[in-house]
Design a protein around this ligand. Structure first.
Ligand code: F6R
Ligand code: MG
Ligand code: MG
Length: 370
């Protein structure tokens, strides 16, 4: 146990209801029951169970630090038990993200997605948990860049002396399993050269520079587990989550939400093989229906108090995001009309499903040299 507080967001798709659209209430109930047990045992201090599309999301406050065996094992046991229930109920794709059988100390690399932050609580500590469905970790690149690097989004980068020096981005190459720390604004153009290639380079964490906050405590974290690399084959886009701390020495809550007023195009959607707009929604509307989407993002806001999360505020459950939703639906119409053509359908290398090798095989003898 440390004096520092840790927020752990651990998520998995353990079965959809119906199809890949939503999470059955029984799974959420069971998760709440089991996390209440964890709370009584002192493993965690508080929790919130949520969902986005078919993903079951466990948000936990505790003092056990990042990568805590106790906390990860609690989350793993919740996913194991809810997988059993999903099987009993014949929910769709039961146990979809449970790629390994035995827990061995850490949930990383086992299928579920994880975003964690450990920090010294300030006098008041607001943060936001973002949960996305039907997309991939790179979907966070654009909003994270806007929040922590773009003065046209974050006014504080220009007018607040506490964040005027910018932030440090930790960028992962998720194909090569390498990472690099890059300083912004000094290396802004090089950062953009990487993170624009969002299926490969993803923002994993954001760190503060020397100033108001300890430089060794990250202020934002994104889940970057790549399911297809874990399982050895593509088993689904790994719908990502992120935690972002806000205010006094960090972007304001409204600067953190502002990028989502623009429903940018992300990869995923139907069969993990299409580009589509990311639609910000209230949790009650986090149901992936149209063409298994469009991809959605939910934002829950908390005011943590000595690792107690308290009640979440459903931040996109607000008229201020109506226009973004409407725009997302217009974009969805526009993209859908391309049918099987790129750039609606993803380029071959990024598709989760493809029949192309079979089609080519069938035509092998009929192809002539030109
Ligand atoms: C995308 C997703 C869904 C499924 C689609 C087909 O990430 O989960 O769009 O890919 O519903 O699912 P299966 O192959 O299970 O019938
Ligand atoms: Mg699913
Ligand atoms: Mg999902």
């Amino acid at each position: 146990m440390t004096e520092k507080t840790t927020i752990s967001v651990i998520k998995a798709d353990v079965g959809g209801w119906p199809g890949h659209s939503n999470v059955h209430p029984r799974l959420k109930e069971e998760a709440k029951k089991m996390l209440t047990e964890g709370l009584k045992k002192g493993t965690i201090i508080d929790f919130c169970v949520a969902h986005c599309g078919d993903d079951l999301e466990l948000i936990m406050g505790h003092k056990n630090g990042i990568d805590s065996e106790k906390v990860h094992s609690l989350a793993w046991s919740v996913f194991e038990r809810t997988t059993e229930i999903a099987k009993e109920l014949k929910l769709y794709g039961a146990g979809q993200d449970m790629l390994k059988d035995a827990f061995s100390g850490n949930i990383r690399g086992m299928g579920p997605g994880i975003a964690e932050l450990e920090f010294t609580e300030r006098k008041s500590e607001p943060f936001v948990v973002f949960m996305m469905d039907k997309t991939e970790p790179g979907a966070f690149n654009l909003p994270m860049y806007r929040i922590f690097a773009d003065p046209f989004n974050t006014a504080g980068l220009i007018i607040d002396p506490n964040i005027h020096d910018g932030f440090v981005f930790e960028i992962w190459d998720i194909f090569e399993h390498k990472k690099v720390l890059m300083s912004c604004p000094e290396e802004m153009y090089d950062i953009l050269a990487l993170i624009g290639a969002k299926s490969r380079f993803v923002i994993k964490r954001v760190w503060p520079k020397e100033g108001k906050l300890p430089v060794d405590e990250a202020v934002a974290s994104v889940s970057t587990e790549k399911l297809f690399q874990i399982a050895g084959e593509y088993v689904g886009k790994d719908d990502p989550v992120a935690v972002v701390r806000a205010q006094s020495g960090l972007p304001a809550l409204g600067e953190i939400l502002e990028p989502f007023a623009f429903p940018h195009l992300v990869s995923g959607w139907m069969r993990g093989s299409h580009n589509g707009p990311l639609m910000p929604v209230a949790q009650k509307n986090a149901t992936c229906t149209r063409f298994d989407g469009p991809p959605r993002v939910v934002a829950l806001g908390f005011q943590i108090n000595d690792a107690k999360l308290g009640e979440p505020v459903d931040l996109f459950d607000d008229v201020a995001f109506d226009h973004a939703r409407k725009k997302a639906q217009e974009i969805a119409d526009y993209m859908r009309r391309h049918g099987p053509f790129e750039p609606h359908r993803l380029p071959l290398a990024d598709m989760e499903y493809t029949t192309l090798p079979k089609v080519l095989k069938k035509l092998e003898k009929r192809f002539e040299v030109v």
